[in-house]
Design a protein around this ligand. Structure first.
Ligand code: ZN
Length: 92
């Protein structure tokens, strides 16, 4: 079974060592193959391509909440989102 990360901004999931259920490979997300989708990302085992980790992408509320408590990546994402929203509203 693959591991599901519901909260993108929870600390530590990138560097947590996981085991592939199919081939017993062990390692963290940085060694896996990333398959991005619209609402989530899959991380595949580098040996057998089984899906080891699934990370749900944050929605705007989660980004806002994480930014509010000082999460640096969330603050960066929020700044980009804000820029995008400002630009969209100006072109009206
Ligand atoms: Zn594997």
């Amino acid at each position: 079974m693959s591991n599901l990360i519901e909260d993108y901004f929870q600390p530590g999931w990138r560097t947590r060592e996981l085991q592939c259920a199919a081939c017993d490979w062990r390692g963290d997300s940085r060694a896996m193959t990333l398959q991005p989708h619209e609402d989530f990302s899959e991380y595949q085992c580098p040996q057998c391509e089984d899906i080891v980790l699934v990370v749900r992408h944050p929605d705007l509320e989660q980004v806002r909440a994480a930014a509010a408590v000082g999460h640096p990546e969330a603050q960066e994402q929020l700044a980009l989102l804000q820029e995008y929203l400002d630009r969209a509203s100006r072109s009206d």
